[in-house]
Design a binder for this molecule. Sequence first.
Ligand code: ATR
Length: 509
Amino acid sequence: MAKICLCLTAKTLKRNLEILDKYRKYADLAELRVDYLEPDERLLIRRFPEQAGMPVILTIRRHIDGGQFVGGEGVRINLMARGLAFAETDRRRNFAYLDIEDDLDVPSLEEAAGTFGTRIIRSYHNSQGTDSNLLAKIRSMRHSGDEIVKISVRANSTKDVLHLLKAGKECTDQEKILISMGHYGTYSRILAEQFGSTISYTSAFAEADAPPAAPGQVDVQELSKQFRFRTITKATKVYGITGNPLKATSSPHFFNTIFELEGTNAVYVPFPADSIIDFMEIANHLSLEGVSVTIPYKESVIPFLNSMTDEVQSIGACNTLILTPQGWKGANTDARGFSGSLLAFLDRENFKRQRVTVIGAGGAARAVVYELHRLGAKVLILNRTAAKAADLAAPYKFAWGALDERGIAKVEKYHDIIIQTTSVGMEGSGDSPGSADPLASYNFSGREEVMDLVYNPKMTPLLKRASSAGCNVLNGYDMLIRQAQYQYVYFTGKEFPDHLLSRVRYGEI
Ligand code: ATR
């Protein structure tokens, strides 16, 4: 099973020991980054392994390789020798590993390491990009049978991560560490086991004076607690979410918590991807069992499906992939998540005799309109681009209009329920205060039921205005939870655990 290595990047040995003590239970080994130490401290590293009380990697990373060391190579080699000197027969008092870059050829150092049981990690770094010849590189780097090859290269795209993953798969006979640095490659650290790596490097993000040692690292507690790194084996079922950009998503927290509480051997990982084609190849290589799909891939993923539910067919958008023996099956849980949430809020079974206004005509609106039609509502669709409202309304024979004075005047006849489906009013959407309410010229009577699919902030300007006029208002949080619950059922083939329902609803999970 892959091990967790806590990178120690404080300026003094004492502080590194404090950090190690605080996070000891989450780590299997530590990496002493001598290049981050103050010059005087660098001379005192020899006793560190004994004080650490766990296996320690000795690393003095050069600036060109993404480290802090700017001195000459002679000085650096001397420091390494100092770390290995006066080796003890009790190996726990020696450094367990020495990181030597592939282009550093000092046989005496390697001999000294070998004599006292210090294993060599032969490393290659590229902080700019991913080399095209990775397979040859991995194969050529191991000089002796006992070395671990470490490749740490920057992923500038999903293709780069795919390249590393494929190269690693060709070298299953070799002990190695493969890291795609940066945002695109974070999952190479969580899924070290699946990438064929023996060690995953992490940092303690809460310690401001010990910065993360490389871009894309995961916090040590998050790796241990949220992703349950130590339970991930080749048998662990892997699920995840893809989208671009995939910033703050609560789905990994939701699924991983449920998997843990249910004792399910599964993990759910974020897969930010700049290409759906490359991501689908990654999904196949990593044998993913299920995927949540979000913006902007809900439509472009459809050509990859082997089969799909009626919802996906009619809505033209897919937010859930399930692996079947025949290939990927696509489902859309946004639709049921929406109707389940709104019907529960209204305490209704369906939308018969309800006249409803929908604002927006994008992917989210398509799922909403599909459900409103299925459950018997009469609908008016208003959109900034009127032609898109017309296209969405046509197959259902619904009314439509632009989001202008004339269009908004029509709401008078469709005002039992008003549903806002655009990103207007969402935190970070960049709306100016005056333009964050898409229905600003409509005066609420107080009898409308108003739903906004946005859940961050909890109350959008539209909901605030509706609420002050006396309307009942609902945001998109409950819909989000419900669509995730439906995904859980698709992913696992099991009912959502009843005893967790109320905890999920009230945001405890
Ligand atoms: P989603 O899947 O979230 O619905 P989408 O398919 O890109 O995303 O659709 C975005 C919707 O939000 C559209 O209805 C869009 O209106 P246009 O069709 O006119 O583009 C609407 N939208 C986005 N920004 C908007 C804004 N500032 N004002 C009004 N409508 C906006």
